[in-house]
Each structure stands twice: as C-alpha cells, then as structure tokens.
Design a protein around this ligand. Sequence first.
Ligand SMILES: [Cu+2]
Length: 395
Amino acid sequence: MASWFVGVLFLSTLLLCSADVHHYEFFVRESNFTKLCNTTTLLVVNDSYPGPEIRVHKGDTVFVNVHNQGNYGFTIHWHGVKQPRNPWFDGPEFITQCPIQPGTNFTYEIILSDEIGTLWWHAHSDWTRGSVHGAFIILPAENETYPFPTPYADQTIILESWYNGDYKQIIDDALAAGVAPRTADAYAINGHLGDTYGCPNDTIFLMEVHSENIYLLRIINAAMNEEQFFTITNHTLIVVAQDASYVRMFTTDYIMISPGQTMDVLVIADQNVGQYYMAIRPFSDSAAPPNDFITTGVFQYTNNEGGLNASLIPLPAMNDTDAMLNFISQIRYTNVSQNPTISVPADTDINRRVYITIATNTLPCNTSECVSDTRFAASLNNEQYHWCFHPRFSV
Ligand SMILES: [Cu+2]
C-alpha cells in the first residue's frame, strides 16, 4: 500500500473522529399555556414553548427520535440543513416522507456538512410549526474558531407568533373559506409576550449581561408570516452570520429578519449599567398588514435594574420600506476560511436556463364555507402542489 494512501486513510480517520454523534428525544404532545390572560392548548415538544435547543458542532451527526403523542400526523423539518445525499430525513410531509402518525415514533438522522452558526427545526404540517419549533445551534468545529472576537456567551432569541385559539383550526378554517388566515394576536420573544399587551400575568424575556462583555445573539424568526424588525435600545448590533453562513460584518441599530430566517448578531455591553428594552415589531408594506405590535424584552446589566424607557426604542415604523431595504442591502458574502467557497460558473459554461415563476393565484371556491367565489392559491410555473394532486411534472 502506497504510503500516501495510508497517510490519506489516517487523515480521513482523524477527520471522521473529530465529528460527534448526538441523540435527542422529542416527545410531542399538547400542553396548556396561558398568555394574554387566556389559556391555549398548543402542540409542543417536551412540554416546552419554544421547544428544546439542539447544540452541536460543525460536521456532527444528530439523531432525533420524535414520538408523536398528539392527535394528528406531522413531520419535523431541519430548516437550512443541507443533508447532502441524505434527503429522506429532510422532513417536509408528503415531499420526502409521510407524516409521523399519532402513537408512533420516527428517528431522523441529520448529517451536518458546512453549516455554521444558527439554524432551527420546526414541524412541517398545517400550522404545527407555530408551536413545534426550536433552535439548532452549530458551533465551530473543535479545530475552528469564530472569524470575529470570541463572544463571552451566546443567547438564542426566537421570535414567535401567538394566537389565542387552536392553531390547526385557524388554518383549516381559512383554507375552507378560501381566505388568508387571521393575523397573530401577539408576538413573543422566547415564549414571553413582554409588557405591552396589557395582561399583567404575561412574562418578559430578560437577558442578563456583564459590563464590557461581547455577546452573540442567535436570532430566529419563527413567526408564522411576518418579517420582524429587532433592536436593543442604545446598543449597536454587529451582524456576523445569516442562515448558518458567515456574512461580511456590518453595524446597525436594528435588523430586519424574515420568517424562517436566522441571523447571528454581536452586541457589546458597553453602555451605562442598567436595563434597556430589546424589542420587535413586524415589517409590512402590504395592503393587508398585521397588527402593529411592539413586543419587548429586557437587556439587563448584572444586578442593575431601572432605566427602562420605551420612548427610546429605535424601531422603524411598521411600513418603513426604506429601513427594510437599507438593512438588507448591506448583507454580503464574506470570504473567510470557515465559509464554503462559492464557484460561480462562467457564462460560457451555462448551457441551459431554467425559469421558475412564483405566483399567487385565485381558484374557484364553491363550497358552502367559501366567503366568495374565489380562493387564494399559489403556484410554481403555474403548477399547484397539493398533497392529493401531485404536479404533472417537476418544476
Ligand atoms: Cu423551514
């Protein structure tokens, strides 16, 4: 055996050994949660809203055994995990697998490759993602570092929609009526509604920081449908990653994050000690906007209370399109060793162009539940995907 081959074998064994294997157990069942002074039954994982955090290193493999102890089938999607040559564990129902039926379990194998930073997982059936979701944190590999100063600590921040009522019923009713589902009754930060909704029993998310330390915020927008602005009063945010890939660093007073997106942001606790509001607000410039709610959390220097001032929160207006564009236009690829290299084919190498048209449409609505004679629909290349009417061709 050639010595270089032995060397390659030895090296690849070393590389394989550096990746760990993790096991998680997800028990999915209904639990009661009281918010907005109203008790709602939610389908959640391990009785927790949001659900448990997966925290592993780049290149690891994760097994998640999902036990369906609820009343209907669902799947779980590992949002943003590329799963090369392992698509059967991607998760969307009726695309790569059938729903996990009540009373049964299914073990997912999630193989990480070059993802780095923050992703999330969520159920992928009807509106189950509204309550069955959690963070999927991918730390640098053992032999890698962050391409920025190592943070003192990190903090997951999950933005969520809150509805009074049965989530499945809300989407089922909307589909039957052929209209858009109603907008959220509130938004939440890590399951807390904060102090703006008027229910004295609602709790507020509190992040405690030590003066002069650097923190890495792992922000996930798990809201059902709305983009969200996010800010921390008086503190500069430094965007460093998005959707499990590092980006060129830039500073900003606020971010704008889309549903399903993740963003990693550094913040330095460099202001006078005290308490500062963190806050979110939906962004919408559509003709049918959601409610203009501001939802609060607290960024608190250790053992220092006082100083909260809602009038200082630097959030753009809900329909501030320029603020949204100014933010997203700053996001750029960064050529750091931790990022996968992007090789864009030269124009001459492209021999086939594929056009994909994404459209919203209307279809006839002709049942007694319809509120008009048309219903909303969506399509790719004028093909609509429906679980019992498969598209005639692949888009
Ligand atoms: Cu997803």
